[in-house]
Unconditional design. Sequence first.
Length: 123
Amino acid sequence: MDSIAQKFPYLVRKKLKEGEEIRRVAQLDWRIIESDLHKPFTTSGLEFVPLPVIHGEDYVSLGFLFGRKSKVAYISDVSRFPPSTEHDYDIVEDPEFYPEVPPSPFADQGKSSTTSVETVDHY
């Protein structure tokens, strides 16, 4: 968090000096996620299920599954899905159901550019 505070000081709360006014800009409200990457957490009344994914060759980053009635997955810039994460959802790339989704240019390389995800509840 310190490195982000140094690069983007306007995103973190700072202590005001006497007589200094609060400036209204976007700020991050830091919440530490448990060390268990599979443990759901709630913030602002919404439950999030972390989805560990591989970014690059060996860097684990997180996508998130959220929503109750309708579930939405947010996964950004992923190279591949580890088996533990694949267990949590089914990838849908069927042109009959989603004709506007072009075939993945990475299909023969073991990569996916999938835009549609159906979740499977395993917890």
